[in-house]
Ligand binder design. Sequence first.
Ligand code: CO
Ligand code: ZN
Length: 327
Amino acid sequence: MNLDLLEKLTQTFGPSGYEDAIRDIIREEVAPLVHEVRVDPLGSLVAYRKGTGGGQKIALAAHMDEIGVMATYVEEQGYVRFTSIGGVRPLNCVGNRVRFANGVVGVVSVERRDDANSLPALQHLYIDVGATTREDCPVAVGDPAQFIGPLLRQGNRLVSKTMDDRVGCYVLIEVLRQLKDTPHDIYAIFSTQEEITLAGARTSAFRVDPDMAISIDVTGTGDTPKAHPMAVELGKGPAIKVKDGGMIAHPLVRDKLVAAAKEAGLPYQMEILLGGSTDAAAMQLVRAGVPSGCVSIPCRFIHSPSEMVDAADVEYAITLLVTALRV
Ligand code: CO
Ligand code: ZN
């Protein structure tokens, strides 16, 4: 596994709507692997690889954007109030650090509350960037920030901020690297704004007009204390989506992925995720409709600065997709 690449991908700045830096990193990786690279109006990077002929047009999507925060107000004492970009939970904020695009780092904390036992809402939190007045605050209203969480490898477990969905970007890059012969025209969409509106994948898929679409993203697991019962565990193989909060995977796509897993002799799991969705939910709705599905990387602690995946699941996800796309 190329940990240097995964580290670069997970750490690079890219809250939804601000994906320029991460797009540059990905473009550098994929440009030598494809016939054409373009950037769509909403910022998605689309890498096109021509097939050997007689195949379909297949869109693969992994989102480049990450959850984060955005400054909404600077107090007289220099503290920064903020709103969320995507699904940010207050419990995952307090005590953690955020980094703004200009490199300024802040600590997120919570104001004193009379009922300290209740869960705080985001409006009770603030960021301390070391300023003492509004005037000397290096952060302005509207500035976005990412969470901080370095990459750690412990045995087969990998922990970092933004495994969602840079691990999907990693898988998609490796698929382009390892897929030698395919009849299909492959459009690898590194999408923007998945965490807020799915806008990047929706618009890029419209332009591609694919016969089939597959997103690559993380999914939750049922293997932590008092988790919702869910038949997905870390380290038991990539998950093939059946249903999530936003879509039912098209049987054609689901069955193609299951057949590939069996053919390659890979461990795999069937995913039914109760809440949340992926780019596939948007891609299936463009034009007259696109049969769509998803290969999911099981992930614990999603939308925290310490998202955990298993290295074997990542490697098997690459093999699963390469096998599925050969035929
Ligand atoms: Co997410
Ligand atoms: Zn995601």
